[in-house]
Structures are given as structure tokens and as C-alpha cells.
Design a protein around this ligand. Structure first.
Ligand code: FES
Length: 77
């Protein structure tokens, strides 16, 4: 799924760049590592959610509501 239409970045691009590292990277750092930069910024929220989901699958989140992914419904309200 395309997350950033300005740079045509998919969730797969983001996950591949995150790799096995459980450390949180900022969206700005990810853009730089992918050789682009944010333009309109509409994708930032979805990129942050993808980063949190990736961390959760890497075992960093215990699913206890501590990350943005766990609180997605709350944040969307
Ligand atoms: S959609 Fe990502 S910068 Fe515009």
C-alpha cells in the first residue's frame, strides 16, 4: 500500500528500511535514508503508525496500550 504519494513510498519500503532494528526512527530519518524528503506531510501519521506496528512485531511493544499503534482508535477519535 502506498503511504506517501508524493514520494511513492509503500509500507513495504518503510518496513524494509526499518529492518530488524527495534529502535524508533523518525519519519525524517526514514525519508533521508530512502533518498527523499517529505513534501506535503499528509503521510506522516500513517508512517508513524507503520513504525509503531513494525516495533510491535519486533517485540518492543507488549500490546498494553503504550504505543500509537495500540492507541490508534483513541488517536483517530
Ligand atoms: S504524501 Fe508524503 S509527503 Fe506528501
Amino acid at each position: 500500500m502506498i503511504l506517501c504519494s508524493c514520494n511513492v513510498l509503500s509500507d513495504r519500503d518503510i518496513r524494509e528500511r526499518l529492518g530488524d532494528s527495534p529502535s524508533r526512527r523518525s519519519p525524517g530519518a526514514l525519508f533521508r535514508q530512502l533518498g527523499c524528503e517529505p513534501k506535503c506531510g499528509r503521510c506522516i501519521r500513517n508512517i508513524l503508525a507503520t513504525i509503531d506496528q513494525h516495533r510491535a512485531t519486533a517485540g518492543e511493544c507488549a500490546g498494553e496500550g503504550a504505543c500509537d499503534s495500540c492507541r490508534a482508535d483513541e488517536l483517530a477519535a
